[in-house]
Design a protein around this ligand. Structure first.
Ligand code: SF4
Length: 438
């Protein structure tokens, strides 16, 4: 029997919990595939994240399908895979001429940052390293004298081709908390790919694998950045029945974090993505005896900017209730068009949300788009179209309008009725119509 549970994406829950308007922007059009054209509402952080994910897919695909040596000069590397991704994106965005400028930007910035490293000459008075070298006076001088700032301005002035918000005329490259632009998204993704240390392809069972969490009232879908095999283990306990396998596959899930800094272990242990992975099963990957053929040993969190890893063993059931409740709240909010915006509390309330350039452009997202009102208008339009179509295809249009009036009266007598109860009534009606027709 197939389950009628609603399906929710974990990323939708996370974005909605942070700020409903964040999800509203993302539901617009921000996913970028390797072959895709410009797209809309992209952010620098998304380009970093997506370019690396695409590159890792390509990298492992190439390793698994390569017949030649993997260790000669033609070796397949994450960096080469990433360059393929960027090459295709720049072509799709029709800005291929930016390729040499992006490479030059990467090379100058890398060289300058090295001067703030252990063997560099720019350090604090006590000999320690700057945590944010690009916020220092020395950096400003170097970035100007080496032409890095001009290069960045030149590249970022074309970033609307990549679906990033266009820069305003008073854009200041020295602004410390400015949103990430095209130049820095390219630099950051290359830096990550250059330093990545990844599991051998022989133990990698899947990259970017869809997984499902089956909860009491919803199914939550998301993606495991990587699934790694720890080999087959013997089943403990009772002897196996005839035909039953006496081994199971031990797996580890990997979660790739692209944040600037590494979150504290206590916060990782409570992270919904980690808790979700602790109980999720792969949607498309066959690991043996159905979903019983494997056990999740742990979840490895890889911080991509530093390559540091943390391993967490989630306890069974941890987080299930919280994820289930948040998923229901997200569903109700989205269906009801409940899109409140953090930005009404001022710029600082939004923290480092990557949608700041979109929300704060011109008069601001509430004045320009008013997401709650827009979604109410869209829902009204959708309902109008559905009813108009039903009336158009009916021999007795008035009966449809009468039925809708009756339904509306019934709804008004049941304040607080949930969407699932309404759906149950409609499904029962559909079932009795099917029976009559049979
Ligand atoms: S910038 Fe602020 S209001 Fe806009 S999506 Fe982000 S958190 Fe929400």
């Amino acid at each position: 029997m197939t389950s009628n549970k609603p399906v929710v994406a974990l990323q939708d829950i996370l974005d909605y919990s942070y700020c409903p308007v964040k999800l509203w922007w993302r539901l617009g059009d921000t996913e970028i595939g390797i072959e895709d054209g410009p797209g809309r509402n992209n952010t620098g952080e998304q380009l970093v994240n997506q370019s690396i994910k695409n590159a890792l897919n390509l990298y492992y695909y190439a390793l698994k399908n390569s017949s030649g040596s993997k260790n000669d000069d033609g070796a397949i590397t994450p960096l080469k895979s990433l360059m393929v991704v960027w090459k295709k994106w720049l072509a799709a965005w029709e800005v291929e001429e930016l390729a040499p400028l992006l490479l030059e930007y990467h090379s100058i910035k890398k060289e300058l940052l090295a001067q703030f490293g252990r063997s560099g000459k720019y350090k604090r008075n006590d000999g320690s390293l700057y945590k944010q070298p690009t916020w220092t006076r020395n950096w400003k001088q170097l970035a100007t004298s080496t032409g890095l700032n001009n290069l960045q301005k030149n590249i970022d002035s074309r970033q609307q081709n990549a679906g990033l918000v266009a820069l305003s005329n008073d854009f200041d490259v020295d602004q410390v908390d400015k949103p990430m632009g095209l130049a820095d998204s390219f630099y950051t993704s290359l830096k990550i790919a250059e330093e990545l240390k990844l599991p051998a392809d022989s133990v990698v069972l899947g990259v970017q694998e869809p997984v499902v969490l089956d909860l009491p009232s919803v199914k939550v879908e998301f993606v495991a950045d990587m699934i790694v095999s720890n080999g087959d283990k013997r089943r403990p306990g009772r002897p196996t029945a005839d035909g039953e396998k006496d081994t199971f596959r031990s797996i580890s899930y990997e979660l790739h974090l692209f944040d600037d800094s590494i979150p504290a272990p206590i916060s990782l242990a409570r992270d919904l993505r980690v808790l979700g992975l602790g109980e999720a099963f792969p949607k498309n990957l066959e690991l043996g005896d159905g979903n019983k053929g494997f056990v999740i040993k742990d979840v490895l969190i890889r911080h991509m900017q530093t390559n540091r890893t943390t391993t967490i063993v989630p306890s069974p059931g941890a987080g299930s209730l919280a994820i289930d409740s948040l998923a229901r709240a997200t569903l109700t909010g989205v269906q009801g068009g409940v899109y409140t915006a953090r930005m009404v509390n001022g710029w600082r309330a939004c923290g480092n949300c990557e949608y700041r350039p979109l929300c704060f452009t011109d008069a601001g997202v509430m004045e320009l788009f008013n997401p709650p009102l827009t979604s109410r208008i869209e829902a009204g339009q959708e309902l109008h179209n559905t009813i108009a179509e039903a009336i158009h295809n009916s021999n007795n249009p008035k009966s449809i309008l009468n039925a809708l009036r009756g339904f509306s009266r019934w709804l008004s007598k049941h304040p607080g009725i949930g969407d699932d109860q309404v759906m149950w009534v409609l499904e029962s009606l559909a079932a009795s119509l099917d029976e009559e027709a049979a």
